[in-house]
Write a protein that binds this ligand. Structure first.
Ligand SMILES: C[C@](O)(CO)[C@H](O)COP(=O)(O)O
Length: 251
């Protein structure tokens, strides 16, 4: 183990696990390789989120979920773009299956209490800040579940024949753009994913599975505009501009 790795291992102390999902094909960006491994200011997109989660006090280990074809890329990220160590695992066909794979990978440590909280993050959101990830972890520990969200600034319609849900004051509840990392009490969310697997349920994000299978209150934490998801080629250009304009660095 190198000195850098020793110091990272020493810093990674805590009972929360960061899970970074890079199991999708990420083809809409049009690059021919999984977008999570495209470069952003000298490091892969995935490395940015991994390094940020690793910097959060209380995060004790990182699980990096990838496709079988990307294992070599993932090992490169571990060796060259993060201080490591990463627990690299192969995910499933869907987001739900990849999350389940990560939770099962942690199951023994969740059962023993060595892991109490999970922070599940999209590799495609490289610019999540240390402050936001820390706030989600804190809120998840306080409440059982927490997700970042930004109230939509534009007027949004639910679509023909649909009605927007009412807010507590009887007015229309604002639509919220949901981001990651999403933080949850680990044992509860593991049970939820096992129950979902038995039912064949597949959610859009961790919160949707939590809402369906748990009583956990899910708290909102104010998300960040810069924590956008890289989906299309123009999102990568925007991320590069944000990195330059704000002078951001990874790791
Ligand atoms: C979880 C998420 O980022 C919330 O906005 C989003 O649902 C992820 O979508 P993906 O298609 O799994 O990347």
């Amino acid at each position: 183990m190198t000195q850098a790795r020793r110091s990272r291992s020493a810093r990674l102390r805590g009972r929360a696990a960061g899970i970074v999902l890079a199991g999708g094909s990420g083809t809409r960006v049009g690059a021919g390789i999984n977008k999570a491994f495209l470069p952003l200011s000298g490091r892969s997109i995935a490395a940015w989120g991994l390094n940020t989660l690793a910097s959060v006090e209380g995060v004790g280990l990182l699980v990096f979920v990838v496709r079988p074809d990307d294992l070599e890329h993932a090992r490169f990220v571990e060796a060259r773009e993060t201080d490591g160590p990463l627990e690299i695992i192969v995910g499933g066909e869907t987001r739900q299956e990849s999350e389940l794979a990560a939770l099962r990978h942690l199951a023994d440590r969740i059962d023993s209490g060595a892991v109490d909280t999970v922070l599940i993050h999209d590799a495609a959101r490289p610019l999540v800040s240390h402050g936001l990830a820390s706030a989600v972890l804190h809120a998840a520990r306080e409440n059982g579940g927490a997700v970042p969200g930004i109230p939509a600034a534009d007027i949004a319609a639910a679509g023909p024949g649909q009605s927007l849900r009412e807010g507590p004051d009887g007015r229309r509840a604002p639509l919220v753009r949901v981001q990651t990392p999403q933080g949850f009490h680990a044992a509860t969310i593991l049970d939820a994913y096992e129950a979902a697997a038995r039912d064949g349920f597949s959610g859009t994000d961790t919160a949707s599975c939590a809402e369906e299978y748990t009583d956990l209150p899910v708290t909102w934490v104010r998300g960040e505009e810069t924590n956008f998801k890289i989906t299309y080629a123009q999102d990568l250009l925007l991320a590069q501009d944000v990195v330059s304009a704000l002078g951001l660095r990874s790791g």
